[in-house]
Design a protein around this ligand. Structure first.
Ligand code: ATP
Ligand code: MG
Length: 440
């Protein structure tokens, strides 16, 4: 059976096409078709051993041989840390819960997709990213096939126009190679890729009764992608232009955490000599989608710098609590809290952010979110202008992706393209559904 996989920065979804041509999403977490992109393991060193469990036959042997010393170390860690018989691995919501209950313990990774385009890494780091990708794909395959009741033999995987990474097409090629490599390891040899917004467009086309020129805006967790498509109800389509930026929902979360949470940890304070604390330190702490920034933040040098800076702060400073972020690896937790607040603010005008390390909840309102989002929205606007440059005005805008659900985004889109109707729908499953459809 052929399937479509939306391998998302925030969520994964797997779809199949039934004999009658309709598309069905397979449940990946309980009854839900969405598996959040998060992995938790008891220790990072265990990862190669956990990967082995998803491999079979010759692939397993080749991997075991290539990673012999890593696997031996994992076995040692298992014994030394007395982990035999413990639950070593969890995915999705369970991974989030395990991490949030105890951020300082274990190894937690959210959004592995956002790391795949980071170039200039050492082999060990690249191996780790491919391993994490293998674990996630392996688990998706297991769950999807269990729900489907048969093997999935080939796959169309969604891809953003540009993966996160700073090396342009090199980042894209690396990310695709990692996904392909991980998929091949778990036995998915036959895979091809399709642009995510185009896939969502094909799915939307099925609801049309006459041809339409549509601007698809897919605003996800990691990227924003636009495709201008000529769509026809019979499924035939023609792409006129695509543009994608490495800006998505995660960036809104980080921006809100900087605006509302970091001040409660001392950002904007001055030391006894009247000098400001370095803003970069707070950005590094919250940039959970930026591998080099997080590596620098969690280095021993930064721990020492924080201690040093603390010595210079007045007694009343809130910076004292900042050290616990570094010490207990709380970055993901704080950004996750900001994400929850962001989602609540798409329904209510005001909310609170309850940060465990602080004595009082922090208040946040729509204005805060709007201000924090201004720079990101203008980046997305530039993208939308680029895709429509020298192109005819679309008949409609079709929005998909979790971040496109917010009023703030829809209102802003309406301001950018006045008079063009905005059609929202299938925000969480439009891409996956389109990936299972044939390209005509
Ligand atoms: N009501 C909401 N308002 C604003 N943002 C939301 C809302 N609901 C979900 N989101 C955001 O949507 C994003 C996830 O969307 P989605 O599942 O489409 O991403 P993805 O497909 O995994 O990511 P990508 O396509 O970038 O790889 C998250 O950043 C989440 O915070
Ligand atoms: Mg997406």
């Amino acid at each position: 059976m052929h399937a479509g996989l939306d391998f998302g920065t925030s969520n994964n979804a797997l779809s199949i096409r039934e004999a009658d041509g309709s598309v069905r999403l397979l449940p990946l977490e309980g009854d839900s078709p969405l598996l959040p992109s998060a992995i938790h393991t008891a220790e990072r060193e265990l990862v190669p051993l956990l990967v082995l469990d998803y491999l079979e036959g010759a692939t397993r042997e080749t991997y075991a041989e290539a990673r012999r010393s890593d696997i031996a170390r994992a076995r040692r860690v298992l014994l030394e840390e007395d982990l035999v018989g413990e639950q070593l691995l969890s995915f999705g919501s369970e991974a989030f819960e395990t991490y949030m209950a105890n951020p300082g313990e274990g190894y937690f990774i959210k959004s592995p997709k956002s790391f795949l385009g980071v170039t200039g890494l050492a082999t060990a780091q690249l191996n780790l990213f491919e391993d994490l990708c293998t674990l996630l794909l392996g688990e998706i395959r297991r769950r999807g096939e269990a729900a489907f009741g048969d093997k999935i033999t080939s796959l169309t995987v969604g891809r953003p126009i540009n993966f996160l990474g700073r090396s342009g097409d090199r980042s894209n090629q690396q990310a695709l190679a990692i996904i392909r490599g991980a998929a091949a390891k778990i036995g998915w040899q036959k895979i091809d890729f399709r642009l995510e917004p185009a896939a969502a467009g094909y799915h939307y086309a099925r609801s049309l009764s006459e041809p339409q020129r549509v601007l698809v805006a897919d605003i996800g967790g990691g990227t924003s992608d636009f495709s201008l498509l000529e769509l026809s109800p019979d499924g035939r389509s023609r792409a006129l232009a695509h543009q994608g930026a490495r800006t998505g929902g995660n960036d809104f979360d980080i921006a809100l955490s900087i605006k509302k949470i970091m001040p409660a940890f001392g950002m904007e304070e001055r030391n006894k000599r009247g000098l400001p604390l370095p803003a970069n330190l707070f950005w590094q702490a919250m940039s959970v989608n930026d591998v080099p920034a997080q590596r620098d933040f969690y280095s021993p040098d930064t721990g020492r710098d924080i201690n040093q800076l603390m010595l210079d702060m007045p007694a009343s400073s809130r910076f004292e609590k900042f050290h616990s972020i570094w010490h207990q690896k709380r970055s993901f937790e704080l950004v996750r809290l900001a994400e929850r607040a962001k989602i609540q603010l798409s329904e209510t005008d005001q909310t609170t952010i309850d940060v465990p390390a602080l004595n009082e909840p922090l208040a946040a309102d729509r204005q805060d979110l709007r201000q924090a989002s201004e720079r990101l929205l203008s980046k997305i606007k530039t993208l939308q202008q680029d895709v429509l440059a020298n192109q005819p005005t679309p008949d409609a805008i079709y929005t998909t992706g979790g971040s496109a659900q917010s009023d703030m985004f829809r209102d802003t889109l309406g301001e950018w393209l006045p008079g063009v109707p905005i059609i929202g729908g299938h925000h969480m499953d439009g891409v996956a559904s389109g990936l299972a459809l044939p390209e005509l």
